[in-house]
Ligand binder design. Structure first.
Ligand code: ADP
Length: 161
């Protein structure tokens, strides 16, 4: 069976993340969304909140698991018997960093392959960071994130960095 780990901060979940997920569930037997604790990124939402928002929108699939991880991604992938790391690729701007990460991970674990998927062009400019910036300025983010996430963002506007 092909098990893919889909890692990220998901701070918060966007339609871009979900678009990639919809494509991946058709290809892999199982997709594990693995939310990175990432304390050094100073996330807006707690790990529990990020996981819960994903749960509310991705649990409809029988082959999707939602989990979190800390530490080296390849160790986590090995524990889960995953052979694929799934990443979304937006614009060219993602490329350099993803290229470095993929080749570093391959050096660390050459039994794991990084696979990139491109979202629909309508989401190719979306990032959690931009959405937080729009929400902070009072903009409507309902075109970019699920309703529940938009509501959570609104409730947190004063705290958005
Ligand atoms: P990270 O902190 O690891 O970059 P993110 O939550 O920003 O975590 O992203 C998780 C994964 O989802 C990454 O592979 C990222 O490229 C992908 N992603 C984020 N936004 C989009 C989008 N709009 N379209 C496609 N992929 C996306």
């Amino acid at each position: 069976v092909s098990i893919a780990v889909y890692p990220g901060s998901f701070d918060p979940l966007t339609f871009g993340h979900l678009d990639v997920l919809e494509r991946a569930v058709k290809i892999f037997d199982k997709v594990i969304i693995a939310v990175a604790k990432n304390p050094d990124k100073d996330p807006l939402f707690t790990l529990e909140e990020r996981v819960q928002m994903i749960r509310a929108h991705a649990e409809g699939h029988s082959n999707v698991d939602i989990d979190f991880f800390d530490g080296l991604l390849i160790n986590y992938a090995h524990r889960k018997k995953a052979t694929v790391i799934l990443r979304g690729l937006r614009a060219v701007s993602d490329f350099e960093f993803e290229f470095q990460m993929a080749l570093t991970n391959r050096k660390l674990a050459d039994d794991i392959e990084t696979v990139f998927m491109m979202p629909s062009e309508s989401y190719s400019y979306l990032s959690s960071r931009i959405i937080k910036a729009v929400a902070k300025l009072g903009g409507n983010v309902e075109d970019f994130v699920p309703k529940l996430v938009a509501k959570r963002l609104k409730g947190r506007v004063g705290l958005v960095k």
